[in-house]
Design a protein around this ligand. Sequence first.
Ligand code: AMP
Ligand code: TRP
Length: 328
Amino acid sequence: MIKGRIFSGMQPSGKFHLGNYLGALENWVRLQNNYECFFSIVDLHALTSSFENTSKIPENIHNMALDWLSAGLDPEKNVIFIQSHVKEHAELHLLLSMMTPLSWLERVPTYKDKLQQLGVQGKDINTYGFLGYPVLMTADIILYKADTVPVGEDQIPHLELAREIVRRFNNMYKPVFPEPQAQLSQAPTLPGIDGRKMSKSYGNEIPYAASPDELRARVRQMVTDPQRIKKTDAGNPEVCTVHKFHKIFNASQLNQISESCRQASIGCVECKKCLAEQMVVNLADIHVRRSEFEANPGRVKEILIFGAERARKVAAATMEEVRQVMHL
Ligand code: AMP
Ligand code: TRP
């Protein structure tokens, strides 16, 4: 049974990692069976913070499409497309920008945070476009009249703003748009190999496209219980990053491995080997699908063109309605 309509998107940053997969994409793959889904590679959003050098965008988009398709997002069931291919996103963004008070945008907590964070890295994003990031995001969602938006917790303030903009539009003109609700992924935050949250900005990530040998190498570098110095020391799995990964990728052997660690009957090297092999097995389907699509870049292009055509039809119908109620 179809429960509603979903829109979600991701920026093609070029560094998709296992945390992104478990925290977001795996959830999308599940949702595709119960919702009508629009999934967009949001290249215009990527411009808000990296507008100077755009030469990597095509490659990053292609890689993101490979990531999504290899995870099992079905291009027949879902509308998968590139945001900038559907110009209505830009048009609705412009119209919404007319009615969005500056104070609402300045109040969004992610705005000042990111401005400061990137400022420290020497990047100046005191721009009109960056301030309007959540307005563009609102346009993305409501262009398809999506009611459900699967996202990470960090996006909650953007969804709140989207609802405020929708209420303002609906009151001022006519009730055209549903108020979109966030749907949080149940997956816990995945740590990186250093134990902090897996993130591209920490350099602690395991790339989603990592080959079996790369996977093994990254697992070998993982931090373990710092108190366990010699193999004969008893370990504490609760403070070990490898253990957190066993929970996700090796649930059937989890108890046995924890016990062996506590009794010092298994060493960290062996424990990591066991994990790496389980991860290789678990992620094997993804690798098979990825190499199939990699061998056929023309097919990936076709999927994105087909997706944009389907998206455009829905977007154009919404814009008709918007222009009408706004007397344009
Ligand atoms: P980002 O890479 O921060 O743009 O995140 C894209 C999506 O992946 C968001 O839905 C995040 O919540 C999710 N995500 C990013 N890092 C992790 C992580 N370490 N564990 C779980 N989910 C993550
Ligand atoms: N801002 C989102 C992120 O960084 C990406 C995004 C753009 C998005 N437009 C969207 C997510 C619309 C959900 C709906 O993760």
